[in-house]
Design a protein around this ligand. Structure first.
Ligand code: 11C
Length: 347
């Protein structure tokens, strides 16, 4: 017997990836229900070889639904996740609404999937599990084996984030501006505060009082919550004119000595990671190659000679997959594999 799975936000960038990945990985789905706001009711989405019509979130009865994968923004998640969880369905939420809540686990299965055992053993749980921000997900996958080996004390990361992280409108803006520049059109800012075509913008999400942006703060707060609260993190998040795939230049400081070879070996053994690190032209991964792939790629592993026990590296992943839809589905797969969620039958 399989599971009844609903997707809230099925027509968005991440929702569509969720549909594709569920089918691709043969997640045991008995029934798939795409849900959307009243505006998108009736819109069609593909699931495997089937075409399904979106139903209205407002009047859907969650009794008997096992998993609800949400990617419709923080406001919808704040409003709906507690109600859906109270109805007994397991919510896996891709927004930032619940990530920092102390009663909600924030999960990357390769890093802290074991946390789910204790959470599911609690009778007073909210039935909400949070999926991290895309730039954090790929970072912690790469940090975990190195932290286990030599204890990371400090991370300095600069991100090169693709426009798909900002949604479909942001992708359209890059496309339109790029075409427009060839015919001398003046770029009109929309989702981005500055021209994104042929440019880079050191600003993602709102500015905070300390001068960091919310995106940068998320990387810090989520790394601490999932990996180790003692790790110090400083992030500069930058938007680049790439459609899909986030890249990160990462500098690490460790409590104990670690060589690039030791790091490379540990990363090669670690789940979810592919090391592509030849010290030659093209011996590294770029976002174009990571698009559509499940792995987090690590390249350019070398000593950071500016600190005592330091390493530098380059980390790339498909932000719509490991950074969002894939990780969400891997959380559901972990719950199933550990026997923590059984199919329910509608009352
Ligand atoms: C971006 N990282 O690239 C953002 C998108 O908190 O889930 C994801 C925002 C989030 O714009």
């Amino acid at each position: 017997m399989g599971y009844k799975v609903a997707i809230v936000g099925a027509t968005g960038n991440v929702g569509r990836e969720m549909l594709e990945i569920l089918a691709e990985r043969n997640f045991p789905v008995d029934e798939l229900v795409p849900l959307a706001s009243s505006r998108s009711v009736g819109r069609e989405v593909s699931f495997g070889d089937r075409v399904l019509k979106c139903r209205n979130l407002e009047d859907y009865d969650f009794a008997g639904t096992d998993f609800v994968l949400m990617s419709a923004g923080g406001d919808i998640s704040k409003q709906w996740a507690p109600r859906i969880g109270a109805a007994g369905a397991m919510v896996i939420d891709n927004s930032s609404a619940w990530r920092y809540h102390e009663d909600v686990p924030l999960i990357v299965p390769e890093v802290n999937g074991h946390v789910l055992d204790a959470y599911m053993g609690r009778t007073n749980r909210k039935n909400i599990i949070a999926n991290p921000n895309c730039s954090t997900a790929q970072l912690v996958v790469a940090l975990k084996p190195l932290h286990d080996l030599a204890t990371i004390t400090r991370v300095v990361v600069s991100t090169y984030q693709s426009v798909s992280g900002g949604g479909k409108e942001a992708m359209d803006e890059l496309w339109d501006q790029t075409k427009g520049i060839f015919v001398n059109d003046q770029p009109t800012p929309g989702k981005f505060t500055k021209q994104i075509a042929f440019n880079v913008i050191p600003h993602i999400d709102a500015f905070m009082e300390d001068g960091y942006t919310k995106e940068e703060w998320k990387v810090l707060a989520e790394t601490k919550k999932m990996l180790d609260p003692r790790i110090k993190v400083s992030c500069t998040a930058v938007r680049v004119p790439v459609f899909v795939g986030h890249s990160e230049a990462v500098n690490l400081e460790f409590a104990n000595p670690i060589t690039p070879d030791e790091a490379r070996d540990a990363l090669r053994e670690a789940p979810g990671i592919v090391v592509v690190d030849k010290r030659e032209d093209g011996g590294y991964i770029t976002p174009v190659e990571a698009k559509g792939e499940d792995a987090t790629y690590v390249s350019r592993i070398r000593e950071d000679v500016t600190v005592e026990n330091g390493l530098a590296m380059w980390v790339v992943s498909d932000n719509l997959r490991k950074g969002a839809a894939l990780n969400t589905i891997q959380i559901a797969e972990t719950l199933v594999a550990r026997g923590l969620v059984q199919p329910r039958v509608a009352a």
